[in-house]
Design a protein around this ligand. Sequence first.
Ligand code: SAH
Ligand code: AVI
Length: 325
Amino acid sequence: MTIDPRLSETSPAAPITENGLFLADVWDGLAANPKALPAKYFYDAAGSELFEQITVLPEYYPTRTELRILDERGPAIAALLPEGAALVEFGSGSTAKLRRLLRHLPGLAAYVPVDVSGEFLTAQAETLRGDFPDLTVEPVVADFTRPFGLPEGVKDKALAGFFPGSTIGNFEPREAGRLLDVFGRILGPGAVLVLGVDLVKDREVLEAAYDDAAGVTAAFNLNLLHRINRELDGEIDPARFTHRAVFNAEASRIEMHLVSRRAQTIRVAGRSFAFAEGESIHTENSYKYTLDSFRALAARAGWTSAEAWTDRDGLFSVHALRRAG
Ligand code: SAH
Ligand code: AVI
């Protein structure tokens, strides 16, 4: 994923709509060589539901492993957060991980889930309010790679950040550093950011996690083509594409692709794009770090490592970072 500067550069006289940005990115991505689309577009309501199904697959170890680390380290994490803080979660999804932390955070002043998947976020925030009536929940529908405002009610509060799931891994390392710097500016000097980072491991384990036997990850990847058809007047037959997930060891990342089963031309909003047989659209990177390679990335972005925890098998890590004061 990349950080998108366009919205902030747009003059109010020439507004770019969300769907206009989506179309521009799809046209750019399909015209590029090699073809690539930004991973953030996976997440419409259907994509968010499919991601939730991924999180409980036997092959997808990250979610259950991170939940276990959060359960075990909840008290230590809580001790790092200031009393009366508002917690901003970037890419909150189902809010399942916040729910696990909540019992350790009785003094939390507010929870601000930020997510680009608007319909899904609104529904999750409503359910959370129902389950925790004493918690102030202030959802923000936004693309966190672009400037966005925090709710008025939390501006006078100490802020802390939460970025679980290894969503940071979906950004090129240079972009990940820029994103961490942006989060630091939002949260302020001295703030703590707790984030989940997936770790390098055997190719077999990684590739199975992104190409599960039940085909849920394939459906998640292919949903991008369905979404283009739904929202952008696309004329794509998703059955003519196949899901591929491969570990690129040199770059330390899982790559997901949609591979054209045959030579074909697809159309999106009146523009045509030719594919050779076997040509792919690169739809996602999921970078895998070591504890030290991630600490080094965070340090370059202005964060020092307060703590880092892993599970017993060294599959996944949770880092607590502190912004220079
Ligand atoms: N934090 C959850 C969800 C991770 S899935 C967990 O750990 O399980 C990644 C989430 O980030 C999705 O909910 C997706 O909609 C959101 N997301 C991805 N890119 C985003 C962006 N650029 N801006 C805001 N949210 C984004
Ligand atoms: C959200 N993100 C961290 C997931 C990952 O593991 O990179 C998205 C995902 N893609 C395929 N499976 C899960």
